[in-house]
Write a protein that binds this ligand. Structure first.
Ligand code: FE
Length: 217
C-alpha cells in the first residue's frame, strides 16, 4: 500500500507534558483528537518507548500544548528528538503550571486532562483524558502537521505513529542538488546560501543542533 496516503489525514503538532515525580517532562506528538464534548475529552497516542508514556501512567494526568505557526520550531526538536530520561526539556522554555502540569507559553492553547482510560496497541498507548482545564492563547493559527512538513521542512521522528520508514528515500525535487541533512532530526537544509558558506553559528531550525551535526547526502 502507499503509506503516503496517511499524509492526507490532518494533524496538529503538540507537546504532551506530564510529571516525572516532581519534574516536568514531555514529548512532541501529532496524534491528538477530541473524543467527546460533554464531558470534554481527548485522546493522544504515545509510543511505548517514549519516557513520557510511563510517566503519564504513573501520574494519571497529561497536558496538551497546541503549537501554532508562530511557535519556535526548536520546541519540536527539544521535545521530539531527545529523551526526557536524561534531559530537562523544560529548562529552556517558558511555561506555566496548570492543574499541576506544565504547559508552554509559546503555544496557541493548552488542555490539561486526567487519564480516564488507556488502549494498548503493539507500539503505542492511546490515553483517553477528561479535560480539567484549558485555555486558548494568541491569534496565530494552530500548526498543522502539513505545515511542519511543508514549511518548516521537518520530518517525523521514529516513534511517531505517522512515521514513514522510507520517507527519506522519496525522490528529491532536484536530484542533482547536494543535500545537507541534520543527523538528529533529519531536517533537510534548503536555503539559498550554499551550506558550506553558512556561518559556524548556524543551527538546525528544528532541533537547534549545531552545523557540524549536518551530513552531506
Ligand atoms: Fe535538526
Amino acid at each position: 500500500m502507499n503509506k503516503q496516503v496517511f499524509r492526507n489525514l490532518s494533524y496538529g503538532v503538540y507537546v504532551i507534558s506530564t510529571l516525572d515525580g516532581d519534574r516536568h517532562t514531555g514529548c512532541t506528538a501529532n496524534s491528538a483528537m477530541q473524543i467527546t464534548s460533554s464531558p470534554a475529552s481527548i485522546a493522544v497516542s504515545i509510543n511505548h518507548d517514549n519516557y513520557t508514556n510511563s510517566c503519564i501512567k504513573k501520574t494519571g494526568k497529561f497536558a496538551v500544548s497546541i503549537l501554532s505557526e508562530s511557535s519556535d520550531p526548536g520546541i519540536i526538536g527539544t521535545f521530539g528528538f531527545q529523551s526526557g530520561r536524561d534531559t530537562d526539556k523544560f529548562s529552556d522554555v517558558k511555561y506555566q503550571v496548570r492543574e499541576g502540569i506544565a504547559v508552554l507559553d509559546d503555544a496557541c492553547g493548552y488542555i490539561v486532562c486526567k487519564v480516564t482510560g488507556t488502549l494498548e496497541t503493539s507500539t503505542h498507548t492511546i490515553f483517553l483524558g477528561e479535560a480539567l482545564d484549558g485555555e486558548a492563547a494568541g491569534s496565530s493559527a494552530p500548526m498543522t502537521y502539513a505545515y511542519y512538513h511543508n514549511v518548516i521542512k521537518g520530518k517525523s521522528p521514529k516513534n511517531a505513529p505517522t512515521y514513514i520508514p522510507d520517507e527519506d528515500t522519496a525522490p528529491s525535487q532536484d536530484s542533482t542538488k547536494e543535500k545537507w541533512v541534520c543527523s538528529i532530526c533529519r531536517y533537510e537544509y534548503d536555503g539559498t546560501v550554499p551550506f558550506e558558506e553558512l556561518p559556524d553559528s548556524y543551527t538546525c531550525p528544528v532541533c537547534k543542533q549545531p552545523k557540524e551535526k549536518f551530513m552531506r547526502q
